[in-house]
Design a protein around this ligand. Structure first.
Ligand code: BTN
Length: 320
């Protein structure tokens, strides 16, 4: 109801009468008034003039359910939203929601995480209300071997979204980091649940530094490695617009992947490959491989060329 009310107010530049809203939404005028009060408590500025009605003046910079779903044109991604201001990790929330039969495309989103996780059990810490952190529940009908490609598909979606909103070219560091001007602006954490060889569900967690300030990145000792869209482009972003665009792009890329396979998306990934043709080291728990990064296979596996020209395939690890 709150979202529908917002949709009505959003679509109008002039006043909308309480009567009109109650008719459109099939609820009483008292119910409309109560929802207007609720929206005001959440930071929406709504002007009310007697005999004219209500007019939306401004919206809060929040990633709540009504904000995300209002005007969102995706089919499934983000059409069901679990929002809590502070959570331990949105990855954990999606796993719980899955146990309670949540639908494909459900997202968990927050303003801050107290136990945000990155790859290889690293922490993912960011400032309250400045960035985008969310996890998506996806239920593809695929075999387990294809699951790692999902991270690459998500990286293409994040890269395209950042490019569209900033106008800047970004790069993707295999397998899951997005870079802007040589520093990390987003990361992806993919977790899989499988039954025998079939994927039952996947949780795709995306963290993107959007409006975080230089000072806050410095305070967290990350200024050598990390940055934000705002620092790199000298402007602030409406996080809701960025998230909506990301959800739509992610869903498109995901569907493309399921229908035509990763091989046809490989070029789009390689065009953005970070450290392409550079000498790199890939670290694994018990192994280190050195070579020239010469791209990825049709399956998304990293290709490293040694000094004899032989190409080695790398399935997992940390690239430097
Ligand atoms: C990485 O770069 O290592 C991956 C970072 C992934 C962070 C996101 S933020 C939303 C979701 N919840 C988490 O706890 N982690 C992911």
């Amino acid at each position: 109801m709150k979202r529908q009310l917002l949709d009505v107010l959003n679509g109008e530049t002039t006043f909308v009468s309480g009567q009109q809203m109650s008719e459109q939404l099939h609820v009483s005028r008292t119910a409309v008034w109560k929802q207007i009060e609720e929206l005001r408590k959440e930071g929406y500025v709504i002007e009310a003039v007697s005999r004219k009605g209500y007019r939306l003046i401004s919206r809060p910079d929040a990633l709540n359910e009504a904000e995300i779903r209002s005007g969102l044109t995706s089919k499934a991604f983000g059409q069901s939203v679990h929002y809590e201001k502070v959570v331990d990790s949105t990855q954990r929330i999606i796993k719980d929601l899955h146990r309670n039969k949540a639908a494909h495309g459900t997202i968990a989103v927050c303003e801050q995480q107290t136990n945000g996780r990155g790859r290889l059990n690293r922490p993912w810490q960011t400032e309250m209300g400045q960035n985008i952190m969310f996890s998506t529940l996806v239920k593809p009908d695929i075999s387990l071997q294809l699951a790692p490609q999902m991270t690459l598909v998500a990286s293409i979606a994040v890269a395209k979204t950042v490019e569209a909103v900033t106008g800047e070219q970004v790069s993707i560091k295999w397998p899951n980091d997005i870079y802007l001007n040589g520093k990390k602006i987003a990361g992806i954490l993919t977790e899989v649940q499988a039954e025998a060889n079939c994927v039952e569900m996947m949780v795709i967690g995306i963290g993107m530094n959007v409006n975080e300030s230089k000072q806050s990145i410095e305070e967290n000792d990350l200024s050598e490695k990390a940055t934000s869209l705002s620092i790199e482009t000298n402007r602030t972003y409406n996080r809701r617009d960025v998230l909506q665009q990301l959800l739509i792009t992610f869903e498109n890329e995901y569907e493309r992947w399921l229908s035509v396979g990763f091989a046809s998306m490989k070029t789009e990934w390689e065009e953005r490959a970070h450290l392409y043709q550079k000498r790199v080291t890939v670290k694994n728990v018990n192994r280190e491989q050195v070579g020239t990064m010469v791209g990825i296979t049709d399956e998304g596996v990293l290709k490293l060329q040694d000094e004899n020209g032989d190409v080695h395939l790398v399935y997992s690890g940390d690239l430097h």
